[in-house]
Write a protein that binds this ligand. Structure first.
Ligand SMILES: [Zn+2]
Length: 109
C-alpha cells in the first residue's frame, strides 16, 4: 500500500504530501490528496456517496520514504468542517493514520 500512497501523494501541491484512502471490504473506493485548500481526507470522501458507510479511512503523510503524523484534523480555521467531522458524517467507522514514528495507528471515529 505504501508504494501506492507514495505515487498518489506526488499529486499533492503542498510541502507536506498527504494521501487518504477510503477502503471498504478490501476495495479502495477512492484516493485523495491535499491540493489547493483541500485536505486529503475531504478529497477522498468528497465524491463518494452513501457507499462509504462502514468504510475505513487510511491517512498518510509522506516525506520521501518516510511517514509522518497524519491524524485527521479536528479543527479548521477557514470555517469549513474538519476532516474528523467529514469522516463522522460519511459514516466511516475507523481511521488508520501514520504517526510521527512512521507507525500506523488505528482509532475509532
Ligand atoms: Zn483536515
Amino acid at each position: 500500500m505504501i508504494a501506492l500512497v507514495q505515487r498518489h501523494a506526488e499529486r499533492s501541491d503542498h510541502l507536506h504530501h498527504h494521501c487518504a484512502l477510503v477502503v471498504k471490504h478490501g476495495r479502495i473506493l477512492s484516493i485523495g490528496v491535499n491540493r489547493n485548500s483541500n485536505h486529503a481526507e475531504e478529497d477522498a470522501i468528497g465524491s463518494l456517496s452513501s457507499r462509504v458507510k462502514g468504510a475505513t479511512l487510511y491517512s498518510f503523510r509522506v516525506k520521501g520514504n518516510r511517514l509522518l503524523l497524519a491524524k485527521p484534523c479536528q479543527h479548521r480555521f477557514d470555517g469549513r468542517p474538519s476532516c474528523e467531522e467529514l469522516i463522522r458524517r460519511a459514516g466511516i467507522k475507523w481511521v488508520i493514520y501514520s504517526t510521527s514514528t512512521g507507525e500506523m495507528k488505528r482509532s475509532r471515529v
